[in-house]
Design a protein around this ligand. Structure first.
Ligand SMILES: Cc1ncc(C[n+]2csc(CCOP(=O)(O)OP(=O)(O)O)c2C)c(N)n1
Ligand SMILES: CC(=O)[C@@H](O)[C@H](O)COP(=O)(O)O
Ligand SMILES: [Mg+2]
Length: 641
């Protein structure tokens, strides 16, 4: 029987010997590699936190002491230590375990939002609540990566925490574990990263680690006094170490750097921090992918989130497909060659957004700002003001962070910034917070902004080039990046800015199929036309503003149906309905899209099927609407938004 089988909750860890804990760490790594090689998911980040997570669960008493994982992609080890070994093989699949912490799964999971840099704020709030409620024995614990620490929210939290009571009667116990592996996907960038790296790469670091570790092991745990002793020791180490006073200068207690794979050392440091009774940073140095050579050697991203692979070699399984991300990558490189004013901005996602070829060709024109979508947007506005055309490529869901910056800093100032939103629409396996389903709704209210949704690689290249020609307003190009680049649908004609993909013999239904749903729209039309109903299918290409030609075309049909891979509330369909009313075009409109709810994780295709956003699903709905139109005249005045 393995050790892992004997652990069903964190308290089971406490009675284990050192040898058993070592075996446990090896078993956990083995299970994670074997499982993720099949399911896909976050590999490198989890392999890097095995010892750290064991130490956290041995020192703190979860769930009484809440443990908040920043971003949450590194919580697999935590799942295995909190009673989820048997279901681990189902991770990221429909009805299986989530790839992030999940309140529905366990009382040990508090925060399930996968948007980065929030953990310090959550933990700060929890610590404040414990103080107000007089629950003095509870400690809030945040585990935050060096990448997540580059995000603005983390800095806002640090500032607030540093200004609050430290220890003593008013102290708010809060332990902030910095999991510093030097990487986001790529190496983490910025002044803070350089500061942390100064500690890690100093040749005297090993010496210092030894000294800190020996001293911690010798020191009895007597709370504040011990902390001060340790603190004094660290001050004494200043000659040995690179300057590390940044957190201290802010007024925050700091312990580190600790070797994050030395479980004893991490436990000791955490105990010191816990006993302090106020906010303390514990800086642990880890290696992304630790214990699995293939991941450690992977220089691109230490197998951050691979798709299925051969566990022996790390080689991906299945043929590589050319995706829309590749198409954007080529289009950006091409734009860079044609125009010297084109610059690229990434928020710590150079490779997954396809910017790497541009960065290699034009390093001086590519800027990684860290996990800082807000800063990316406003800094891009500044560049545009001074004559450049920035391209900010981020995942659609992360644009939510920068809404105010797009609205006020880019649009109000009429700056020519192009936002490229990858992973738009249903992303699926990464769960509720990763779906790119909000952009087409929230951006509708931004004056002057133009929004394009290409259906394939050719359209992506065309629309991206058109977007780059707009210099007096922000533009957005959004697409489901992991989908195949070519869907094999040619336009019959261009109508205004829209493409007509199918023409009805009799103008019964106008089906407006947005971007990623163009294929489903054409498929639906084929199915319905077989029943003798005429369907015109249009891909609007530019979904904001809506072209006048589309409004006229709508007036020629008996029924308008819209389909979009975005939230149907406030989305393209609902705006089209509003425009039709404004132009006195009296035709019933039905909108299909993603409902305004958080979607459970599962495969994209399965979720689209459940939502009825497939050729078959749309055909079924439209047939029903046509039948009702024929038998129910009241339909003429109805509208579903
Ligand atoms: C707001 C936001 N932007 C971008 C991302 C995408 N993302 C997920 S993990 C990650 C890197 C995180 O680095 P770090 O916090 O150091 O964790 P590590 O993977 O190194 O353990 C990024 C950029 C995100 N989750 N949230
Ligand atoms: C945690 C996070 O935000 C990313 O790691 C994301 O899960 C990656 O998604 P892709 O695999 O689609 O690049
Ligand atoms: Mg990191």
């Amino acid at each position: 029987m393995g050790v892992l089988e004997r652990v069903s909750e964190p308290r089971d860890l406490r009675g284990l010997s050192t040898a058993e804990l070592d075996s446990l760490a090896a078993e956990i790594r083995d299970l994670i590699v074997r499982t993720v090689s099949r399911t896909s998911g976050h590999l490198g980040p989890n392999l890097g936190v095995v010892e750290l997570t064991l130490a956290v669960h041995r020192v703190f008493d979860s769930p009484r002491d809440p443990i908040v994982f920043d971003t949450g992609h590194q919580s697999y080890v935590h799942k295995l230590l909190t009673g989820r070994v048997e279901r681990f093989g189902t991770i990221r699949s429909k009805d299986g375990l989530s790839g992030y912490p999940s309140q529905a799964e366990s009382q040990h999971d508090w925060v399930e939002n996968s948007h980065a840099s929030t953990s310090l704020s959550y933990a700060d709030g929890m610590a404040k609540a414990f103080a107000v409620r007089g629950e003095k024995e509870r400690t809030a614990v945040a585990i935050i990566g060096d990448g997540a620490l580059t995000g603005g929210m983390a800095w806002e939290a640090l500032n607030n925490i540093a200004g609050g009571p430290q220890n003593g009667p008013d102290g708010r116990p809060l332990v902030m574990v910095v999991n510093d592996n030097g990487r986001s996907y790529s190496p983490t960038v910025g002044g803070l990263a350089q500061h942390l790296s100064g500690l890690r790469t100093d040749p005297r670091y090993e010496q210092a680690l030894d000294l800190v570790k020996r001293t911690l092991n010798r020191t009895p745990l007597v709370g504040h006094v011990t902390y001060e002793a340790l603190h004094g020791l660290k001050k004494g180490l200043k000659d040995l170490l690179a300057p590390q006073g940044m957190f201290e200068d802010l007024g925050l207690k700091y312990i580190g750097p600790i070797d994050g794979h030395d479980r004893d050392a991490v436990e000791n440091a955490l105990m010191q921090a816990k006993r302090f009774g106020g906010p303390v940073i514990v800086h642990c140095v880890t290696q992304k992918g630790h214990g699995y050579d293939v991941a450690v050697r992977d220089e691109v991203d230490h197998m951050h989130s691979p798709s299925a692979f051969d566990p022996l070699t790390g080689e991906p399984i299945g043929d590589p497909t050319r995706t829309l991300t590749h198409a954007f990558s080529d289009a950006l490189l091409d734009a860079g060659r044609r125009r010297r004013d084109v610059v690229a901005v990434t928020a710590a996602m150079l490779c997954p957004t396809g910017m790497e070829p541009f960065a290699k060709a034009f390093p001086e024109r590519c800027f990684d700002v860290g996990i800082a979508e807000q800063h990316a947007a406003t800094s891009a506005a500044g560049m545009a003001m001074m004559g450049l055309h920035p391209v900010v490529a981020i995942y659609a869901t992360f644009l939510n962070r920068a809404f105010d910056q797009v609205l006020m800093d880019c649009a109000l100032h009429k700056t020519g910034v192009t936002f490229v939103l990858d992973r738009a629409g249903v992303t699926g396996t990464d769960g509720a917070s990763h779906n790119g389903m909000w952009d087409m709704s929230i951006l509708q209210v931004v004056p002057g902004l133009r929004l394009a949704a290409p259906r394939d690689a050719d359209q992506l290249a065309e629309l991206f080039a058109e977007a780059l020609d707009v210099s007096d307003a922000p533009t957005v190009v959004r697409f489901p990046g992991k989908e195949p680049a070519d869907v094999g649908i040619d336009a019959l004609e261009r109508l205004g800015t829209a493409d007509v993909l199918a023409r009805a013999q009799t103008p019964d239904v106008l089906l407006v199929a947005v971007g990623g749903l163009a294929g489903a729209g054409v498929d639906a039309a084929r199915r319905i036309q077989a029943q003798g109903v005429g369907v015109t299918v249009v891909d609007p290409r530019w979904v904001k503003p809506i072209d006048k030609a589309l409004i006229e075309l709508a007036g020629e049909h008996r029924l308008v149906v819209t389909a979009e891979d975005g939230c149907r509330v406030g989305g393209v369909g609902s705006v089209l309905a509003q425009e039709l009313r404004d132009h006195n075009v009296d035709v019933p409109v039905h909108n299909f899209g993603i409902p305004a709810r958080f979607l459970d994780h599962g495969k994209r295709a399965g979720i689209l099927d459940e939502l009825g956003l497939t050729g078959q699903g749309l055909a079924r709905e439209i047939s029903g609407l046509v039948a009702a139109l024929e038998s129910d005249s009241s339909l003429a005045s109805s509208e579903t938004v």
